[in-house]
Ligand binder design. Structure first.
Ligand SMILES: Nc1ncnc2c1ncn2[C@@H]1O[C@H](COP(=O)(O)OP(=O)(O)O)[C@@H](O)[C@H]1O
Ligand SMILES: [Mg+2]
Length: 264
């Protein structure tokens, strides 16, 4: 059964989409079957994986508000093992159109259930808002990965995000775990980055991934070619960091499974 990881932070520009695409590719490179669900109306994961947002392309919108099954909108990407559920600007309407729906927070979880067995990992790229789409992602997820940009206002909004995670646990009965906090756009030449990273590690402790994602021009360039960094420049520091992140997540998974077995 695929493990579902929501990649969330209501702040824009912190590296959610870059992480969704490149962690997705790095997991797939380990011979795992990976599905990336784009839930951002901007559709950056869609474009960044080289999928053309042409008119009539079936998207997540048609699954959440139409008759289509999740399965029927999945597209293969150029990266072997990595599939995508595309999004486009139609999704803007979903927030409003879902408001009156029954079990509106569970729509994504319900529509995702039938395809979960086909994948090892399902990553959900969230929009930059604590809206109904992000709430649907958190309700559908087993865990949440929170990218944080190493800059002065890094912690801004994080308590609000943590409150939302608590609400998903309490009000929606989903024992959502924190997969980890990911430090992105790390530039070790600046004192500010190092200071912010140190503060975040003090504040969140073990919840912060050991792997950090460096600021890298190659990572920023790759989406304009519709490619994950593993295709665009496999030898770059950016590629190396996402490959390491995938490894860290797989190791954590194994450790968790062992301790769960030990507890039985
Ligand atoms: N590690 C990085 N180094 C350099 N640029 C990055 C890095 N991660 C993301 N970017 C760039 O920063 C911008 C915001 O990143 P993105 O992943 O789209 O954030 P979000 O999805 O949280 O809005 C994009 O232009 C992206 O290419
Ligand atoms: Mg994004």
């Amino acid at each position: 059964m695929g493990k579902v990881i929501a990649i969330a932070n209501q702040k824009g520009g912190v590296g959610k989409t870059t992480t969704a695409i490149n962690l997705g590719a790095s997991l797939a490179a380990n011979d795992l079957r990976v599905l990336l669900i784009d839930t951002d109306p901007q559709g950056n994961s869609t474009t960044g994986l080289g999928v053309n947002k042409r008119a009539g392309l079936p998207t997540l919108y048609d699954v959440l508000l139409g008759e289509r099954t999740m399965d029927s909108v999945v597209v293969e990407t150029a990266f072997h093992g990595l599939d995508l559920v595309p999004a486009d600007k139609n999704l803007v309407g979903a927030n409003i159109e879902l408001v009156d729906a029954e079990r509106r927070e569970f729509r994504l979880a319900e529509r995702l259930a039938p395809v979960k067995a086909k994948y090892d990992y399902i990553l959900i790229d969230c929009p930059p808002a604590l809206d109904l789409l992000t709430l649907n992602a958190l309700v559908a997820a087993d865990s949440v990965l929170i990218p944080i940009q190493c800059e002065f206002f890094a912690l801004e909004g994080i308590s609000e995000l943590m409150d939302t995670i608590d609400r998903v646990r309490d009000a929606f009965g989903n024992p959502l775990r924190i997969e980890g906090i990911l430090l992105t756009m790390y530039d070790d030449r600046t004192n500010l980055t190092r200071q912010v990273a140190q503060d975040l590690r003090e504040f969140f402790g073990d919840e912060v991934f050991r792997t950090v994602i460096p600021r890298s021009v190659r990572l920023a360039e790759a989406p304009s070619f519709g490619q994950p960094i593993l295709i665009y420049d496999i030898r770059s520091r950016g590629a190396e960091s996402y490959i390491r992140l995938a490894k860290e997540i797989l190791e954590n998974e194994q450790a968790n499974r062992k301790s769960a077995q030990g507890a039985r």
